[in-house]
Design a protein around this ligand. Structure first.
Ligand SMILES: CC(C)(COP(=O)(O)OP(=O)(O)OC[C@H]1O[C@@H](n2cnc3c(N)ncnc32)[C@H](O)[C@@H]1OP(=O)(O)O)[C@@H](O)C(=O)NCCC(=O)NCCS
Length: 168
């Protein structure tokens, strides 16, 4: 197993992790059997790719911010924080993935923990997460971060709330 140089943190997208990002996302797309076409443009002009994804942007009709989970030159995964819920609350406040080469090493659990601290700084008090009932890995991640079940949404996803008013 690769030993990370420093503990991973959530940071804005950066050209610093170019190679690790492209290789990690490519491996992940191949593992999921989905198209790698979008990586072509990213590999040709990574700086533009990063710039398009940096800062608070209006996505899904709400202010949202993308972070990459990195340790020095290593890119492990991505996470998005929606500063407010969409009208139908689909997708909740936080979405994330860890790329295939770095899965099953506890990174998503820690990445979500870091994201909850960021949400607290934003002034949010409770965080909604939605998870497909067959996504065992993500269900474990949410439960390990104290997610409280709250039924099923219109897309058949399980809803969980995490109270972040206590110290995190
Ligand atoms: C869900 C996901 C983020 C988990 O990332 P991860 O870094 O592997 O998660 P962790 O290592 O923190 O795993 C948490 C637990 O789930 C387990 N787990 C991980 N992958 C698993 C799998 N495919 N099946 C069953 N359990 C799994 C881990 O082993 C760990 O339990 P353990 O500590 O007892 O071994 C990752 O699989 C992923 O990116 N999936 C695709 C995108 C996605 O589903 N995003 C979440 C949408 S809600």
């Amino acid at each position: 197993m690769i030993e990370l140089p420093v503990p991973a943190t959530l940071s804005p997208p950066s050209t610093r992790v170019r190679t690790s990002y492209l290789v990690g996302e490519q491996a992940d797309m191949i593992d999921r059997g989905t198209s790698t076409d979008w990586l072509r443009d990213a590999s040709l002009d990574f700086e533009a790719f990063v710039n398009e994804r940096t800062g608070v942007r209006d996505r899904w009709g709400v202010p949202s911010e993308l972070f990459w989970y990195t340790s020095d030159e290593y890119y492990l995964g991505s996470l998005v924080i929606r500063h407010q819920l969409t009208e139908d609350e689909g997708g909740g406040h936080i979405g994330y993935h860890v790329v295939y080469p770095w899965q099953r090493q506890g990174h998503a659990t820690h990445m979500l923990q870091h994201a909850l601290a960021k949400c607290k700084v934003l002034g949010l008090e409770r965080i909604l997460l939605t998870v497909s009932p067959d996504n065992e890995a993500s269900l474990t991640v949410v439960r390990r971060n104290d997610g409280i079940p709250d039924g099923v949404n219109h897309e058949g996803e399980l809803r969980f709330w995490i109270d972040i008013t206590e110290a995190r």
